[in-house]
Ligand binder design. Structure first.
Ligand SMILES: [Zn+2]
Length: 463
């Protein structure tokens, strides 16, 4: 007799279609002590969840979120609890946020402070990327300690005062992170082009939201991505390009990969699904769509979909950075430069990518799970613990109903923000149950978890 059949698991999820990045199969999952302990047929558990007619996925990994992030005089409206609660309801069981060290703070101090702030609040597992804003030798020499401690990814910016690295500094950072075995993330836009255009608009008193997008043209991203790839190539460093929004950027990444550059390209749902036309909505409501890099043309979106389909871009993160329309976005009512930049999206990524990706045949089920779950886990050193559904890994599992009809609205989402950019969008397919370490934390839109359910994740160097 099969030993597993006589065993009683804490929980069995049975009758569903298991989808991973590699396969689709009719397999039951047996869970003990928060881990996947068996895969097979006819498993029996003290608790049994019937997943007939449902897709069973690894909990999704969002590699790019900004929760309670200070920006100018305000901060992103989701705190660690509300943001991760929304993530759980949307089928995301791990988020990776950012640390931005304050002046005079060491990297380790900043990491520990942000980790402490999050730890008691989080409803899903989390980890942190470290931000590097200069090439200070002391700072760079501490990178290897961070990597050894499980903080293996480092964010850089080629634009924004106070964050921007010069090419020389960026090269030094690439080398230091590479030596330590980590990966460098880059926000790539050409700072000088943006500064030049902003100044022109300022003089011409062009202040409405659409000038935000016009001040950051596609070529500013294309140029900066191309330049960052040249520097990654010369240093033979691993590079992760965040929020690719343009055809030019996606093409530059594809050709660099063909040359053997070790680069991963991320895009976001809003670049796939929305365009700059949203910024010209009546009155000031275009401000709801202000983010950097900005929304682009329909040609860019089409191109990004193709890149995702072909694997020229590898991951989808949300860059979730919500600001309320009332009280935050409207700080820029008379000047687009004062509109806090960022869109909400932490909760709807899996469903949007299913409806607009899998349903029309742009993404296979495997490719969908790869882009949202497996690949982010691999790149950032969490695989196979996360993103795989292998035996011995964390029982972070999503039951996804491929037939459920949902009209997206901020009223049904759990994000702490007064709008969603996808208001009124009709979707087929929605996550209905989310398990974190084997515990049911969201069920049909009802959050069942608690603050502190999630753990901080130390990471390996990834692949
Ligand atoms: Zn971001």
């Amino acid at each position: 007799m099969d030993k597993r059949r006589s065993e009683q698991f804490d929980l069995v999820i049975s009758g569903g279609r298991l989808v991973t990045a590699e396969s689709v199969s009719n397999t039951d999952i047996g869970i003990n002590d928060g881990k996947i302990s068996a895969l097979g047929k006819n498993l029996s558990g003290r608790k049994q969840v019937d997943a007939s007619g449902l897709l069973v996925l690894p909990g999704a990994i969002d590699p790019h979120v900004h929760l309670e992030m200070p920006v100018g005089i305000t901060r992103s409206s989701d705190n660690w609890f509300t943001g991760t609660r929304a993530a759980a309801c949307g089928g995301t069981t791990t988020v990776i946020d950012f640390v931005e060290p304050a002046n005079g703070q060491t990297l380790v101090q900043a990491l520990n402070a942000r980790r402490k702030l999050a730890e008691s609040q989080v409803a899903v597992d989390f980890s942190l990327h470290m931000t590097l804003v200069n090439d200070d030798p002391k700072t760079l020499s501490s990178i290897s300690n961070l990597v050894a401690d499980g903080c293996t990814s480092f964010k850089t910016y080629l634009t924004y005062d106070g964050f921007r690295l010069s090419d020389k500094e960026f090269l030094k950072v690439l080398c230091s992170v590479k030596e330590a075995g980590g990966i460098t993330l880059v926000h790539a836009e050409n700072d000088a082009i943006i500064a030049h255009l902003k100044e022109q608009f300022r003089h011409a008193r062009k202040t409405s939201p659409r000038y935000h997008a016009l001040s950051r043209p596609a070529i500013a991203e294309g140029e900066a991505i191309t330049r960052s790839l040249a520097m990654a190539e010369v240093t033979d460093a691993r590079l992760y390009v965040v929020h690719v929004s343009t055809a030019q950027g996606a093409d530059a990444i594809r050709s660099a990969r063909q040359r053997g550059v070790n680069v991963i390209g991320e895009t976001c749902p809003h670049y796939l699904l929305l365009t700059a036309a949203e910024l010209s909505r009546p009155g000031f409501t275009g401000a709801k769509f202000v983010c950097s890099p900005p929304l682009r043309s329909i040609e860019d979106s089409d191109h990004l979909w193709q890149a995702l389909t072909k694997g020229d871009l590898q991951t989808v993160g949300t860059d979730h950075c919500p600001f309320n329309y009332k009280g935050q976005k409207d700080l820029g009512r008379h000047d687009y430069e004062k509109i806090p930049g960022g869109l909400p999206g932490i909760e709807s990524r899996l469903a949007l990518l299913y409806h607009f990706g899998v349903v029309p045949g742009r993404l296979s089920l495997n490719r969908w799970v790869e882009a949202c779950c497996a690949k982010p886990a691999r790149v950032f050193g969490l695989y196979p613990r996360k993103g795989s559904l292998e035996i011995g890994t964390d029982a972070d599992i999503v039951l996804f109903d491929p037939h459920k009809q949902v009209t997206l609205s901020h009223r049904i989402l759990h994000e702490q923000v007064d709008y969603t950019p996808y208001e009124g969008t009709n979707l087929t397919g929605f996550p209905i149950k989310t398990f974190l370490h084997g515990k049911l934390v969201a069920d049909r839109g009802e959050f069942l978890g608690s603050p502190g359910d999630g753990n901080y994740l130390a990471r390996t160097c990834g692949e």
